[in-house]
Design a protein around this ligand. Structure first.
Ligand SMILES: Cc1cc2nc3c(=O)[nH]c(=O)nc-3n(C[C@H](O)[C@H](O)[C@H](O)COP(=O)(O)OP(=O)(O)OC[C@H]3O[C@@H](n4cnc5c(N)ncnc54)[C@H](O)[C@@H]3O)c2cc1C
Length: 415
């Protein structure tokens, strides 16, 4: 028997970590305070996307963010807040939003996303897995010349990084999507992006892990840690005390508060996003981002999903109906034949993206605790980076050679 490992959090990061540790013969336990059926890992757009190598903290975003603070319908909303943790995060976010750092981190994110894409495909080949995983690329759809210009700048950067992108004309849009009327003037197409249906993969992964003897405790909250000589001896939940050799912090947007208990100050804010779906046959076949509105459209298994907004307003699942309405309106503006019904809009769900200031996840062992591995802060790329993170964390815990250089992701990195 390899090590005994307890993972805090059963989202995509926690489950993927359990998958690779179990394969290595570890005895794995997952504890999650939710029903393990909702949240970011279920409501996301399902993109497995090397095209997203530019983080939220991109040059210019701070200026837009300040402007958008006053606009309840903007795609990015930052709630003004005097909380110390938020101010420190905002300071680091502002520092990270420079083109030198963004270009440097783009290389890390490119390599990490491609690594994780390959692992998704390896998992898919296993007998117990049949989740939707399509390789149809990603279209950035524009309605204005101004937006198209911005996307073309990203296209140039993408091609310099070998993330293949090409410009699409209005006529080509019609050829790419013959079954739906599109109100757009063109865009940029990333041919190497993939997509999947999140709930399919999550359900199958949970069933797989259970069949392999992974212990799963849902609706159970980790409250504290018992420490012994600089190491964690056990975690205390609201129901029991769990002893292990190693622990993994995969609790997404909730990780910062838990990390304080082991002496680690993790800069992290929750970025809320909403998603809605329709079973109506939309005719959309290619995952598409409505570029001005920043709404992600995904043709999933049996439905089309629309996801959007980045609301930095604390760790909560409150629904802002005004923003939800803005997403639904944007969908109709780009696809005149789609009008989401009242019941589809009311069935909206939300999830919290765990945002680090620089858009890179936190992966590694903090200086303050040698048997805890942090695996949080994956921001807009948590779905994409799930399997890759799981593999890297398993290698770290088992002292194996790392498949990628994980030093850029260290949880004690300075901003
Ligand atoms: C609308 C939307 C669209 C998105 N689209 C994409 C996309 O297309 N592609 C992409 O790559 N990413 C996307 N993302 C981002 C991605 O979904 C997230 O980065 C990812 O799901 C985070 O996974 P996680 O496992 O770290 O966190 P979570 O899924 O939030 O899981 C953390 C878990 O920890 C549990 N937990 C918290 N505190 C405790 C505690 N004290 N004790 C026990 N358990 C605890 C929670 O209950 C939760 O289940 C999107 C996100 C949103 C919201």
């Amino acid at each position: 028997m390899q090590k005994k490992v307890t993972i805090i959090g059963g989202g995509i990061i926690g489950l993927s970590t359990a998958y690779f540790l179990q394969k290595e013969g570890c005895e794995v336990t997952i504890v999650d305070c939710s029903n393990m059926n909702s949240g970011a890992s279920y409501s996301n757009a399902g993109y497995v996307c090397p095209s997203h190598f530019i983080p939220l903290a991109a040059p210019g975003v701070v200026r837009s963010g300040l402007r958008w603070m006053l606009d309840a319908s903007s795609p990015l909303y930052i709630k003004p807040n005097l909380n110390r943790d938020f101010l420190k995060w905002a300071w680091a976010f502002n520092k990270s939003a420079n083109s030198r750092l963004v270009q440097k981190n783009a290389i890390h994110l490119r390599d990490f996303t491609i690594f994780s894409q390959e692992l998704f495909q390896t998992i898919k080949k296993e007998e117990q897995f049949s989740f939707q995983y399509d390789k149809k690329g990603l279209l950035m759809l524009c309605q204005t010349d101004r937006q198209l210009e911005k996307e073309l700048e990203i296209l140039t950067l993408a091609n310099s990084l070998n993330v293949h992108a090409k410009e699409i004309s209005k006529a080509e849009l019609k050829i790419m999507e013959p079954s739906i009327e599109i109100n757009g003037l063109g865009g940029v197409y990333f041919k190497n992006d993939h997509h999947s249906t999140p709930s399919d993969f999550m359900q199958q992964l949970k069933a797989y892990l259970k069949s392999k003897g992974v212990h799963m405790f849902a609706n159970e909250r980790v409250l504290d840690f018992n420490m012994k000589q600089g190491k964690i001896d056990s975690v205390v939940t609201d129901k029991q005390t769990l002893h292990s050799d190693e622990f993994v912090m995969a609790s997404g947007s909730w990780s910062a508060d838990l990390c304080k208990k082991i002496g680690l100050k993790l800069l992290l804010q929750a970025g809320k996003g909403y998603s809605m779906q329709t079973e109506y046959k939309t005719g959309i076949s290619i995952p598409t981002i409505l570029a001005e509105a920043k709404v992600a459209v995904s043709p999933m298994d049996g439905f089309t999903r629309f996801a959007g907004t980045m609301e930095i307003a604390g760790v909560n699942h409150n629904i802002n109906r005004k923003r939800v309405g803005v997403i639904a309106k944007a969908v109709h503006q780009y696809y005149p034949s789609i009008k989401l019904s009242t019941s589809e809009i009311e069935a909206v769900t939300c999830g919290l993206r765990p945002l680090s200031p620089d858009g890179l996840p936190y992966i590694g062992k903090p200086q303050s605790c040698e048997n805890m591995t942090i695996a949080s802060g994956h921001a807009m790329l948590g779905w994409t980076l799930g399997p890759g993170t799981g593999k890297l964390v398993s290698e770290l815990i088992l002292n194996k050679k790392s498949s990628l250089d994980i030093s850029p992701y260290h949880p004690n990195r300075r901003f």
